[in-house]
Design a protein around this ligand. Structure first.
Ligand code: XMP
Length: 320
């Protein structure tokens, strides 16, 4: 049983002190590897681990081909400014080959997990001789996995999987007692700039969690464009998270006076405190129209844009 630390209970300074000491003890004179994705959780863990380990930490950004527009370069640049060197590892082919032909949500997550931890990370860790992997798993990830709602890609122990046996390394998860609001506080206390600490959450399986049906480079490119539009238009609104989903079904539309069997994009925007429950943001109709117009103008092949109005539960925040 993991003991929760709520944002109200969290004393960031003593938490940092305690975790820095724990990480130092666990890693000793060895080295640790840390996969940075640019999300709030992994960014916070990167700064925490950097504080504990300095040059004993190697931070990699796995370019899995499923990230948002310009993300690997942007994050590497930003962390460089914070004094943390980040190495970008191009693993796009490995992820897309593993995802080829898969449409079932759980199998998709499993393919990403296996590619990430076993293939790509296994290789990097083996080459480095390091046996420790630092990871930003939070309590919400654990809850949902244990409840069987969704397999979060970063939860092993709770599923009875021993990562040392399965993948050959130990996982250190210093944020596991916190939820998102606590992680944001901690990130800020560690010097994470607001553009990251206030960032809306982004799932581990990245844009693959937003493609219903097969994940191909082309379909990811579509959802990536739509995501960029949604994030641009909705930046600054009061919402927990907003996203675009590419549907599997096509629908008939009209383009240049001809029928066009085109793509459907679903938009979601959520009000939530900790992602356990969520309600759709009451966006104005003007805002919804603006979103629709910009998506239709910017994302090739789309003929339908819808807005989700179902709460979580029974919905979930992501679509896969
Ligand atoms: P759901 O879709 O389960 O999402 O309502 C809850 C929150 O978690 C994020 N999410 C994930 N994060 N690995 C992650 O690290 C995952 O597999 C994953 N799936 C969802 C989601 O964006 C939301 O904030």
């Amino acid at each position: 049983m993991i003991k929760e630390i709520t944002a109200q209970m969290l004393d960031t300074e003593s938490f940092i002190k305690e975790k820095v000491a724990e990480i130092k003890t666990a890693v000793g004179t060895g080295t640790a590897i840390n996969a940075l994705s640019g999300g709030v959780d992994s960014s916070t863990v990167t700064l925490l681990a950097h504080r504990a380990l300095a040059s004993q930490l190697r931070t990699v950004f796995i370019e899995n081909g499923l990230m948002r527009e310009g993300e690997p370069e942007r994050i590497a640049r930003l962390f460089k400014k914070l004094g943390v060197p980040v190495e970008i590892v191009d693993a796009r082919n490995e992820f897309f080959s593993a995802l080829r032909g898969i449409t079932d949500p759980e199998r998709k997550r499993e393919a990403i997990t296996q590619t990430f931890y076993k293939k790509v990370f296994g290789r990097i860790v083996m080459e480095s001789g390091s046996v420790h992997l630092l990871q930003g798993t939070i309590l919400t990830d654990v809850d949902e996995t244990v409840a069987g709602i969704k397999r979060q890609h970063n939860v092993f122990e709770q599923l009875g999987i021993n990562p040392e046996k399965a993948f050959g390394y130990k996982i250190i998860e210093p944020l596991i007692q916190l939820r998102k609001d606590g992680v944001r506080m901690l990130g800020r206390a560690l010097g994470l700039p607001n553009e990251i600490s206030d960032r809306i959450p982004f799932p581990g399986p990245a844009l693959a969690a937003r493609v219903i049906g097969e994940v191909t480079p082309e379909r990811i490119a579509t959802v990536r464009r739509a995501t960029a539009v949604v994030e641009r238009v909705l930046t600054g609104i009061k919402a927990f998270q907003y996203l675009a989903i590419l549907h599997e079904d096509r629908v008939t539309g009209m383009r240049d006076g001809k029928r066009d069997f085109g793509l459907q994009i679903e938009l979601r925007s959520w009000d939530s405190v900790d992602a356990r429950t969520a309600t759709p943001t009451r966006l104005s109709f003007d805002m919804l129209e603006k979103l629709a117009h910009e998506i239709l103008a910017d994302v090739p092949g789309v003929v339908s844009v819808t807005y989700n109005i179902a709460p979580k539960p029974p919905s979930t925040i992501e679509a896969v």
